[in-house]
Design a protein around this ligand. Structure first.
Ligand code: XLS
Ligand code: NI
Ligand code: NI
Length: 437
């Protein structure tokens, strides 16, 4: 087969001084940071849907993307060619992982049986390419949002038949993820929400979603799939309200329905900002619950209220992300998955390289900066000192559960007023961060 990207060879690390736009300035895969290679810290992943299925169409205009290897038909041959092109791209880029939805890789047939057969045919090619290149599957997932049958939801549909269809689809998607040695599997509730409460039994829908996930957990055990399950929060779009709206809502749902421990969170930057949070907030919330799993690395446009899925280039953002990820002990099964798409105007194949190289360099810098901040120690020391009243005496007693309202009342009555609290020093700390950027 002729090459999809004949003008590009393997992207190399050339260092910060290079003017070569097809080289890394900061991502040096084998460089050791804090005892681990950058490759193992960052675990970059390329998404199949935006990068190999995105065509640049929007509600106002036709597709723009030029993809010479793709005739845009639904044939299996086209799907096979696309796999070869995808792996050529990921291999030249030097990303160790990829991620896909079942329907990104293989076309739907007229029945589920036919669709599953199509999927099997393409999984065979994916497996071949994984073996040829050493590229691994970060996670698989099922598209439970594109087909009209899912317009009212999948696991939260008002129609029990649709729930059954979704279950059968996820069963198959988990099987192929297992077959491909996937490190994880993602549940993103693309239609699990509502457009109006007037027609919605919210309590029942949430219970159904929980039942669905419990069945998935049972099935995972049954087939011996050891990959990590994740749930991916997003507050809105496509529905007006999505049940998995943000990290805290997901954690509450998992706890309420006995699913904690079975699923971690896959957090996406643009979803965090749509929920009115910073990405670092979402990461901290997940980490505090021991549920920080993986990251869909992208960024939104704060001027726009939808999921623009742009490539991350903001060093301040990547630094904040890496500070929290390093503090939480780094990725185990998860990674930095570029759930991001090139702009409609960036329609040439080469733009896919520029976009990913930029995202990888931005996170590599974030990693180096975060590691330097941690090594320097002043930030952590400030936070430690700020809470030092909890390390001994009264604070220690409260934390260890040895106190009570009566005891505290007695203590403060005797003292008359609390001791002064030190300055929060926000500006000082912001300046400190900038020292490293
Ligand atoms: C959409 C989601 C989706 C998930 C996978 O906004 O980010 O792409 O990551 O279904
Ligand atoms: Ni995502
Ligand atoms: Ni998204």
């Amino acid at each position: 087969m002729s090459k999809a990207f004949p003008e590009v060879s393997a992207i190399q690390y050339e260092g910060p001084g290079t003017k070569n736009p097809l080289a890394f300035k900061h991502y040096n895969a084998s460089e050791i940071i804090d005892g681990k290679t950058m490759r193992d810290h960052l675990r970059f992943s390329v998404v199949y849907w935006h990068t190999f299925r995105g065509r640049g169409l929007d509600p106002f205009g036709a597709p723009t993307m030029i993809r010479p290897w793709d005739d845009f038909s639904d044939s299996l041959d086209n799907a096979r060619r696309r796999v070869r092109a995808a792996f050529e791209f990921i291999e030249k880029l030097g990303a160790p992982f990829y991620a896909f939805h079942d329907r990104d890789v293989a076309p739907e047939g007229t029945t589920l049986a036919q669709t599953n057969k199509n999927l099997d045919a393409i999984v065979k090619v994916l497996k071949e390419e994984q073996e040829r290149t050493g590229i691994k599957l970060l996670w698989g997932t099922a598209c439970l949002f594109a087909h009209p049958r899912y317009a009212h939801g999948a696991a939260t549909s008002c129609n029990a038949d649709v729930f059954a269809y979704a279950a059968a689809q996820v069963k198959k998607a988990v099987e192929v993820t297992h077959e491909l040695g996937g490190a994880g599997y993602v549940f993103w509730g693309g239609r699990e929400g509502y457009s109006t409460l007037l027609n919605t039994d919210l309590k029942r829908e949430l219970e159904h979603l929980a039942k669905f996930l419990h069945m998935a957990v049972d099935y995972k055990k049954k087939i011996g799939f050891k990959g990590q399950f994740y749930i991916e929060p997003k507050p809105k779009e496509p529905t007006k309200h999505q049940y998995d709206s943000e990290a805290a809502a997901c954690l509450n749902f998992l706890r309420e329905f006995g699913l904690m421990g079975h699923l971690k969170l896959n957090l996406e930057t643009n979803h965090a900002t749509l929920a009115g949070h910073t990405m670092q907030h979402e990461l901290e919330v997940a980490a505090a619950a021991g549920a920080l799993g993986s990251v869909d690395a992208n960024t939104g446009d704060l001027m726009l209220g939808w999921d623009t899925d742009q490539f991350p280039t903001d060093i301040y953002l990547t630094t904040q992300c890496m500070l929290t990820i390093l503090k939480a002990g780094g990725f185990t099964t998860g990674g930095l998955n570029f759930d991001a798409k090139v702009r409609r105007e960036s329609y040439e194949p080469i733009d896919l390289f520029y976009a990913h190289i930029g995202g990888m360099d931005a996170f590599a810098r974030g990693l180096k900066i975060a590691s330097a901040i941690r090594k320097d120690g002043r930030l952590a020391e400030f936070v430690r000192e700020r809470y030092s009243s909890w390390d001994t005496g009264l604070g220690k007693e409260i934390e260890s559960g040895k106190s009570s309202f009566e005891a505290l009342d007695k203590y403060i009555m005797k003292k008359g007023e609390s001791s002064p609290t030190g300055s929060g020093r926000q500006e000082f700390l912001e300046n400190l961060i900038n020292e490293f950027i």
